[in-house]
Design a protein around this ligand. Structure first.
Ligand code: C5P
Length: 408
């Protein structure tokens, strides 16, 4: 998906070993459809050359305020003005401790800091991706600067933790290029779910038969994980309760791993107390073995399979929706229905039966394990088709549809 189409990003590099990641970042922003204008400080040039970034961005790189080349299509020898005027955002990655201290004081003795100071505050947002040694990051001076920069309206991203180039381990690593790209996409996403706490269930459940065997299903969790990402992009606080899947947790999303339907029920009931939206995308097993064996069930040589009794699992969504109605609708519930035919009729029936305002129908074999899906949204007013597309694309549409339906 092209997430940054039409966006013009000024990518600023100050000095730090994380400059090597800026090359990958530049490339991935362009892959996402953005145009990128690189501006580097003298210190950044110690770590990576302008040649590399010019080749990746397809534009001349600017490093000096005295550079007389045409900038932003203008020939006035003022790159500090021209370069920022066409930007949708300035992203400084890496932002060194020294560069942040400079910005804080409004100093402007090189092109990058000059350009940041000269940018129209109300039109061109400034985003910083700090990168430094853990002691430098933890230093009260740096923390004070971060706080003041935020108060001044600059978006200062968090830092990663782990091994540092200096050999030490701790906080201060620059976020990875894909995390920075995500932050930019999120930055540009309208915050239609700001202030909401969205609870999402995703993936299959696993019902144990004995310690080594169980019953599960083909749900991949991809749709629920995509919804979690889209809800976070839209400004929500998001908690994901996931059955056994191997998917990475979307950035910024809280995750609780569960196994069985009963585990999932317990977590969801607890979290539903404080959530404002619940989206039940998990494929919960309908039945579970009544009494899982405590030891592995062995063949007894008789040729007869073991007898197995099942009990029905609780309908978690119906329970939570009924609790929500009792709390006079503090929680907006959305269900999913995976069907094999008659999608509209089945989804309407399921919406009534589960007691939810919105039910999302999809065809099971067309979605399980796949990267694409098609959705049919059914509510009291009628139905809306979201045609087949990438799951993240559908998740973003679904989030917008849910936001429109939330009580004021
Ligand atoms: O009844 P069915 O499984 O088709 O309903 C699907 C919807 O109900 C999904 O939103 C699913 O997450 C939820 N569900 C549930 N607990 C169950 C079965 C399904 O919450 N035991």
């Amino acid at each position: 998906m092209i997430d940054l189409a039409g966006k013009h990003i000024v990518l600023g590099l100050s000095g730090g070993i994380a400059c090597y990641k800026a090359a990958e970042l530049c490339r991935s922003l362009i892959k996402q459809g953005a145009t990128v204008q690189v501006v580097m400080t003298e210190a950044a040039e110690q770590f990576i050359t302008a040649v590399t970034l010019q080749a990746l961005s397809g534009r001349p790189v600017f490093t000096s305020q005295w550079d007389a080349r045409t900038s932003g299509g203008v020939d006035n020898n003022m790159p500090h003005i021209n370069l920022s005027r066409e930007a949708d955002a300035i992203l400084i990655a890496p932002a060194s401790a020294d560069f942040m201290a400079k910005l804080l004081h409004g100093r402007a003795d090189d092109l990058l800091s000059l350009m940041c100071l000269a940018r129209p505050l109300d039109k061109v947002p400034l985003i910083l991706a700090p990168a430094m040694n853990r002691e430098m990051w933890a230093h009260p001076a740096t923390q004070r600067n971060v706080e003041q920069l935020r108060a001044d309206g600059t978006m200062v991203l968090d830092v990663g933790a782990g091994d540092q180039a200096c050999g030490e381990t701790g906080d201060g690593r620059m976020l990875e290029p894909e995390e920075l790209q995500y932050e930019l996409v999120r930055f540009f996403t309208p915050k239609v779910l700001a202030g909401q706490h969205v609870l999402i269930s995703a993936g299959p459940t696993y019902e144990a038969i004995d310690p080594v065997r169980g019953i599960t299903n083909l749900s991949s969790g991809k749709m629920g994980f995509a919804i979690a990402r889209a809800a976070h992009e839209a400004g929500a606080h998001v908690t994901l309760v996931a059955g056994p899947v191997a998917l990475p947790t979307p950035r910024g999303v809280g995750r609780i791993n569960v196994k069985s339907a009963l585990n999932m029920q317990k977590s969801l009931h607890l979290l539903a107390q404080t959530a404002t939206v619940f989206i039940s995308a998990a494929a919960v097993a309908d039945w579970r073995p009544a009494v899982p064996a405590s030891q592995k069930i062995k063949k007894d040589g008789s040729g007869q399979p073991p007898a197995m009794a099942f009990v029905e699992n609780p309908d978690i969504l119906a329970e939570i929706a009924s609790g929500a109605r009792a709390r006079s609708g503090l929680l907006y519930c959305v269900g999913f229905a995976a069907e094999s035919q008659d999608l509209l009729a089945q989804a309407q029936k399921k919406r009534e039966r589960k007691g939810v305002p919105l039910l999302v129908g999809n065809i099971g074999p067309d979605t399980f394990g796949q990267d694409e899906n098609a959705l049919l949204l059914v509510d009291a007013q009628g139905s809306t088709d979201l045609p087949r597309a990438d799951k993240l694309h559908l998740a973003r549409q679904l989030v917008a549809e849910i936001a429109r339906r939330l009580p004021a």
